[in-house]
Design a protein around this ligand. Sequence first.
Ligand code: BDR
Ligand code: CA
Length: 282
Amino acid sequence: MSIEHRIIIDTDPGQDDAVAILLALASPEIEVLGIVAVAGNVPLHHTEKNVRKILELAGRTDVKAFAGASRPLLRPLVTAEYVHGKTGLDGPDLPEPEMALQVQDGVDFIIETLRREPSGSVTLCPLGPLTNIALALIRAPDIAPRIRQIVLMGGGCFEGGNVTPAAEFNIYVDPHAAATVFQSGVPITVMPLDMTHKALTTRARVERFRTAGTPVMSAVAAWIDYFERFDEHKYGTDGGPLHDPTVIAWLIKPELFQGRDCNVEIETMSELTMGMTVIGGA
Ligand code: BDR
Ligand code: CA
């Protein structure tokens, strides 16, 4: 199978981020050019280490890991240890990573890659707050027309929010970055809560992962056990939403999804509805 998508993953692992990364690494139609960590679910020193743990688990230390921003553009960092645990990847016991973090700043890596690769050939896949992507667009506006597309997990329409009644976590944590990205003119495909809340892990599915008998699948089952307890309790469902892998799933099987073109604005002024995705035409 030939490569159809060359991507940079920007991420705050997070158990669902981890599954998304594994899915991308396992997909022959996707080439992962690099993985950049951002502060989000947990602080940056955990997310960058988690990226390296995931790459080592997958046996893919050939993929470079970078660290980007340690805090949102303007607001103080809000984290979600109450969902993801203290490390962000609580669940299975994974060894401390041995592979090195790249010395180059993650935002500079995004800029340099987009300037080096043929225009229109690189897709950005943000799975966390949009701080690194916004910083890249602010530092180097020339990269915007070179980005093939941005496919991101974030926001909600009729589903509202998950961190507040109005806002989804990734947009809420850095609404100013999100506003920058949504105003950039780059083609954007969004996986909102409206969709991810239909992509439920179920007990039966997780048991199939657990009994597959490989170290990767055992880790995935243990991550899901830990991560989904929060949403299972909140929504009373059999399993919970596995948000971030839908970004990669859309790249490899777009026929599973339906969507439409909408105008998306980000609320950055009102504390009560901060980070709300205000969607026209849905
Ligand atoms: C998003 O927030 C994080 O908790 C998850 O990793 C996902 O990216 C869902 O709102
Ligand atoms: Ca995430």
